[in-house]
Design a protein. Structure first.
Length: 173
């Protein structure tokens, strides 16, 4: 039997600003926040897609991951960054899912594709942007690209400050 070669599918450090800009520009807030939570926690997307609010204990600052690889649930702490994402998710869920009876307990809710729409856990992590971007007016494309570039610059600036100021910032450019 042949040994399987390990996969290397992580995002390189040099590619993180572009990845962060792409994720931040996602139109679907649930998919955007799912990607960010996965990045900041290391939890697999499959474990997060079905995450429910009753598995998030904000008082104890813990999340119970029920759908884990190997069917072994585990608990992770809620960091400040993660708490901010979850707070945003709760507010956006209230606004977006109100016409459909709320988020039905899902942290990352979505809707079925056909009417009558039903609330389900987000089906896919990635967003289908290629077709959408192709239908956008050229002036709108420029605004989208400009927003991504500005977000990337602000992310680089924040990262540079966190790593020691001006010299560290210049080293990353």
């Amino acid at each position: 039997m042949r040994a399987l070669k390990a996969r290397d599918t992580r995002v390189d450090n040099d590619a993180l600003p572009a990845w962060y800009a792409n994720v931040s520009a996602m139109e679907n807030g649930a998919r955007r926040d799912l990607q960010l939570v996965a990045c900041f926690t290391g939890v697999r997307a499959a474990g997060l897609r079905h995450l429910r609010w009753d598995e998030v204990d904000e008082d104890s600052e813990l999340i119970q991951i029920e759908r884990a690889k190997g069917d072994r649930p585990y608990t992770i702490p809620i960091t400040k960054t993660l708490a901010e994402i979850l707070d945003r998710r709760r507010l956006e869920n209230e606004d977006m899912m109100a016409p459909y009876g709320g988020d039905h307990g899902y942290v990352f809710p979505s809707l079925t594709r056909k009417k009558p729409y039903k609330v389900i856990p987000v089906a896919e992590v990635k967003e289908r942007r290629v077709r959408v971007f192709a239908r956008v007016h050229p002036a709108q494309k420029l605004r989208i690209v400009r927003r991504i570039v500005l977000e990337e610059r602000s992310w680089r600036h924040a990262r540079g400050r966190a790593e020691g100021g001006v010299l560290a910032r210049n080293r990353h450019r």
